[in-house]
Design a protein around this ligand. Structure first.
Ligand code: FES
Length: 578
């Protein structure tokens, strides 16, 4: 047999340590491949590609992933690799409680350890539903093997009679109408039948769509992949392409850390701002950067948001849905309009630069991806605020808010936790007007725990009936990317660790000034000091297992909510005793 070219020498492969040597352990490993019906030429000396699949019967957005995994395998075989499918934690944004965010770091830990402990040379990360994306990537960055993200793709646009429905966004709107007594039960049921019509992720610019777009911009998925609808045949072809490409990435040694850089993260923020993407991506991008030892702070988001126009006309900020975005040219077309804001020489999984990837991309529908001189908003996709109520920062998405409320002072109505909010919000005698500022405590990373998407506090029923559709709402929670309203989120430090949010009382004046980037509690400092002296942390609700680890180690929102011991540090040794 002719020898392989030096760059394809199987002894360069990580998996060679398991299968290559002529010793007792390798005999054991090879004999167990035979047990699975695999001959030497099927597996040995080939890049072993782990296909990390977040499919489960409860992962509704990934219901097509069993078929897609087979298509990825086909690509791996074609390129001379050996595919192995490995199930990893399946996190449905809908079904996992208290919130999938609570388990993001568990998925990340699983991915890192699955990759490091087994004979794997590179991996395809199959994710899409919100937290699966950062969970997979956090683990892959730390594991340090070549990795290619395969996005689940958005589901088809929803339908209700003649209307197109958007995930989440239209649910909130119709629910407000239902609460106000303006929508029948029959109509509500029809919406239930029509809003999620196919496999795939939420098809508004929610967290899943935002994360798919920023990951493509970071250079960790193939160009154009973020927007392909899950049920298109192009999505099946993408799977095969990912399988073929990851084999080459193994031979090239193209790991995530060779791709991501501070410039790449700034590119990702540019994309997020132009999309008016989910505020959740801030937490995830910070966590991803810190895993790689790259400094990224809230102020980077605000600085970029001040100069990047919102040009994607997508719900919840705009009118269209992901299918429209895809047909308009998707992420490459969007980025082609943002060239002047991007570092085009950043490397990507293709082996080419971002600039080379988007060369020739064109916008095919100017109403979906607006020209720079006709944006949805001239700037400010997401703003970062600070002040006496949020010394370490908080965020708001002004494009999704009522412009009248962006400068507002009003009396606080405080809910000590989510249970109190649910119990009281629709009481007929709730002391609330349209000027009231609704405040939710104990909803942050430690307090909830898990920082659930409770930040779009419901408008009290009696105000809905009076025609009110937006109010200023403040919390240490997150908000679904599909949500909207004047919601100040991610207040840090959070109330459960003694942030000023914990000290707000009913009737206190709160001043929000988005143009000035301020959020202040207008209470005499001596009174605030008295309250602080009397403050007691809420009792812990979890005392064992993963929850205990989580509460001991989770960081605050501006630091990405990662675990302290998982952030960048000395690399973990490879298995070396066989
Ligand atoms: Fe899975 Fe929205 S519920 S992406």
């Amino acid at each position: 047999m002719p020898s392989p070219p030096p760059d394809r020498d199987p002894r360069r492969l990580r998996s060679w340590r398991w299968f290559g040597p002529d010793d007792l352990r390798s005999f054991g490993h090879r004999s167990r491949l035979r047990q699975m019906g695999l001959a030497a030429e099927d597996a040995e000396g080939k890049p072993v590609i782990g296909i990390l699949n977040t499919w489960s019967d409860l992962a509704q957005c990934h219901s097509h992933f069993r078929a897609r995994a087979e298509e990825v395998k086909r690509g791996v075989w074609q390129a001379g690799g050996f595919p192995v499918e490995i199930p990893v934690l399946s996190l449905s944004e809908m079904f996992v409680k208290p919130t999938a965010m609570y388990h993001r770091n568990l998925l990340a830990m699983e991915v890192e350890e699955v990759l490091r402990s087994q004979p794997i040379d590179g991996c395809v990360l199959m994710g899409g539903c919100d937290k699966t994306v950062p969970g997979l990537l956090l683990g892959a960055i730390s594991a340090g093997l070549p990795a290619l993200f395969f996005p689940a793709g958005p589901m088809l646009a929803g339908r209700y009679r003649e209307q197109r429905l958007g995930s989440g966004t239209d649910v909130w709107k119709f629910w407000a109408e239902r609460q106000a007594g303006c929508l029948s039960e029959c109509a509500w049921r029809q919406i239930e039948e029509g809003i999620a019509r196919s496999p795939g992720t939420c098809m508004t610019m929610g967290t899943a769509s935002t994360m798919a777009a920023v990951v493509e911009t970071l250079g960790l998925s193939l160009p154009g992949s973020a927007t392909i609808p899950a049920v298109h045949s192009a999505h099946a072809r993408l799977a095969g392409l990912c399988g073929r490409r990851i084999v080459e990435m193994v031979w090239e040694g193209l790991t995530p850390r060779r791709i991501i850089s501070r410039a790449a993260f700034e590119n990702a923020i540019v994309a997020a701002m132009a999309l008016c993407g989910s505020t959740n991506c801030i937490v995830h991008l910070v966590a991803l950067a810190r895993r790689a030892g790259i400094p990224l702070a809230l102020d980077d988001f605000d600085r970029i948001s001040r100069v990047v126009p919102v040009i994607a006309n997508l719900r919840p900020a705009g009118a269209h849905l992901m299918e429209d975005f895809h047909e308009a040219g998707g992420v490459p077309a969007l980025l082609s309009r943002l060239r002047d804001h991007l570092s085009l020489d950043c490397p990507t999984v293709t082996g080419r630069t971002l600039g080379e990837n988007i060369a020739g991309a064109a916008v095919l529908d100017d109403d979906v991806i607006r020209p720079l001189d006709r944006p949805l908003d001239a700037a400010g996709g997401t703003c970062v605020l600070r002040g006496s109520l949020a010394p370490d920062g908080c965020v708001i998405k002004p494009t999704a808010a009522d412009p009248r409320l962006l400068v507002h002072t009003g009396p606080a109505l405080v809910f000590a936790d989510y249970a109190a909010l649910k119990a009281r919000i629709d009481e007929p005698d709730l002391p609330v007007t349209a000027d009231t500022v609704l405040v939710l405590q104990s909803a942050g990373p430690v307090g909830a725990p898990g920082m659930p998407e409770w930040g779009m506090l419901p408008i009290p029923k009696k105000l809905l009936a009076a025609g009110v559709r937006d109010m200023v709402r403040i919390s240490d929670a997150r908000m679904s990317g599909t949500s909207y309203g004047t919601c100040v989120l991610h207040v840090a430090p959070e109330s459960a660790v003694g942030g000023p949010l914990a000290l707000v009382r009913d009737g206190d004046s709160i001043a929000l000034d988005v143009p000035a980037r301020r959020l202040d509690l207008l209470v005499d400092p001596a009174e605030v000091a008295r309250r602080r002296a009397a403050w007691q942390p809420p009792p812990r609700r979890v005392h064992r297992g993963y929850g205990r680890l989580y509460l001991d180690e989770v960081t605050q929102a501006p630091e990405g909510c990662d675990f302290r011991f998982l952030e960048d540090g000395p690399s973990t040794p490879e298995p070396d005793i066989f």
